[in-house]
Write a protein that binds this ligand. Structure first.
Ligand code: ADP
Ligand code: MG
Length: 391
């Protein structure tokens, strides 16, 4: 069953009638620009065809019920409870998954203080893999935000809805993430990536040309989740802040590759290598945008490979499974490949010829088996449109 129909059926089963409408939003993959977001730098993600669907109807009282195929029971609160539930500061009184949806309702009403909302019933289903670094969280936030934006007649624009999603995730769920995921999901377009300046929130749609050139992006989800991923993330953030401080700037965005010589003199080797990753990665994002604009997607391979090397050697956030995925794809003729997402596990992407999908996938699966690693989950993604109403 499609996720669209799963949302429709879950709604009808639980609430006893057809949903008034169904809204969806996509997951995303980051083409290049890793750990640059919280340094106020550049990223180049694209929305993918895997989406999360929210079937929803208004009620004539003040109850909010939210259900998902993830859970057995709907979670029910009243509109007036939202302000006491959030921000919860680590003391969540609803199941964590439901805080993504209820947190969006809360943050929406803060963004639209004149709204006169009524209660609502919501049922959610998704085909975005969870925890693979494809941002199922932005997809659930975007689908619920789109549904409520229309049902409540709020008329908020996509960038505001992205900020609502981020606020829900940061303050209602308590996950300290940047704005990239929500912007990528909200601004998605077929066959284009979203260049985002994380300082100014300026964006530009950058045609990827993947489809026209007969290329595919293969996702190799290693299925590895490391216990130290949150600790490692926090440590990297701290190193970046320390590097900026030593350079005498507000954030690493205020430096570029021409500051590397000076940086080397000012800081210890580890901090320097963390800084070098951020400064070179920002430059690689800009270079990738120019390469796509001027030469097309076959010209970005080396930048993807250099990004991976920088994350492996300087930022030290790769793991053997990710390195093997990248090396195997490249050995099989991939144009470029890199780990994507926060690191310490998760997924790699490889830009390959359409005809090579099977041979590269098979080679990766074989290499993992030979190395004694667990089987990876391998599938293709393509740049796809942002939120929409499906029914
Ligand atoms: P990801 O990289 O997939 O975004 P996150 O940890 O940021 O990983 O978000 C995943 C969490 O989002 C899930 O653990 C769950 O709490 C919530 N979530 C995502 N999709 C759904 C869904 N379809 N139904 C309910 N909760 C969801
Ligand atoms: Mg997420």
């Amino acid at each position: 069953m499609t996720a669209l129909n799963a949302a429709r059926e879950l709604f009808a089963d639980l609430y006893g009638h057809e949903a008034e409408g169904i809204w969806s939003a996509p997951g995303r993959v980051n083409l290049i620009g890793e750990h640059t977001d919280y340094n106020e730098g550049y990223v180049l993600p694209f929305a993918i065809q895997q989406r999360t669907y929210a079937a929803a109807s208004l009620r004539d009282d003040d109850r909010i019920r939210v259900a998902s195929t993830f859970a057995d029971e709907p979670v029910e609160v009243s509109l007036s409870d939202l302000d006491t539930l959030f921000p919860s500061a680590g003391d969540l009184r609803v199941p964590e998954w439901s805080a993504y949806a209820l947190g969006v309702a809360w943050a929406l009403l803060l963004a639209a203080p004149d709204a006169r909302p009524t209660g609502v019933d919501i049922a959610i289903a998704s085909d975005v893999p969870v925890g693979a670094g494809l941002s199922s969280s932005a997809a659930i936030e975007g689908s619920v935000a789109s549904a409520l934006n229309e049902l409540w007649g709020l008329d908020l624009d996509p960038v505001t809805l992205a900020q609502v999603g981020r606020r829900a995730e940061n303050e209602a769920v308590g996950a300290p993430t940047g704005i990239m995921d929500q912007m990528a999901s909200m601004l998605g377009q077929a066959d284009a990536a979203t260049f985002l300046d994380c300082r100014t929130l300026e964006t530009r749609s950058v045609p990827t040309g993947f489809t026209g050139e007969g290329l595919e992006v293969l996702v190799i989800d290693t299925q590895v989740t490391h216990a130290h991923s949150t600790g490692g993330y926090r440590e990297r953030r701290a190193s970046c802040e320390r590097g900026a401080e030593l350079l005498g700037i507000r954030s690493l965005r205020d430096a570029d590759v021409s500051d590397l010589l000076r940086a080397a003199e000012l800081m210890d080797d580890v901090t320097f290598r963390r800084v070098r990753h951020i400064l070179t990665e920002n430059q690689r994002v800009l270079d990738t945008v120019s390469a796509l604009d001027e030469q097309g997607p076959r010209a970005i391979g080396e930048l993807l490979v250099a990004s991976h090397a920088s994350m492996r050697d300087d930022f030290e956030i790769s793991v053997p499974e990710l390195d093997l995925a990248v090396d195997t794809a490249l050995a099989q003729g991939a144009i470029g490949a890199r780990m994507t997402g926060g690191g310490f596990g998760g997924a790699a992407i490889a830009l390959i010829e359409h005809e090579a999908v099977e041979s590269v996938s098979d080679a990766v699966v074989r290499a993992f088996a030979d190395a004694g690693f667990g089987a990876p989950h391998v599938f293709t993604v393509h740049p796809a449109e942002g939120p929409r109403r499906d029914a």
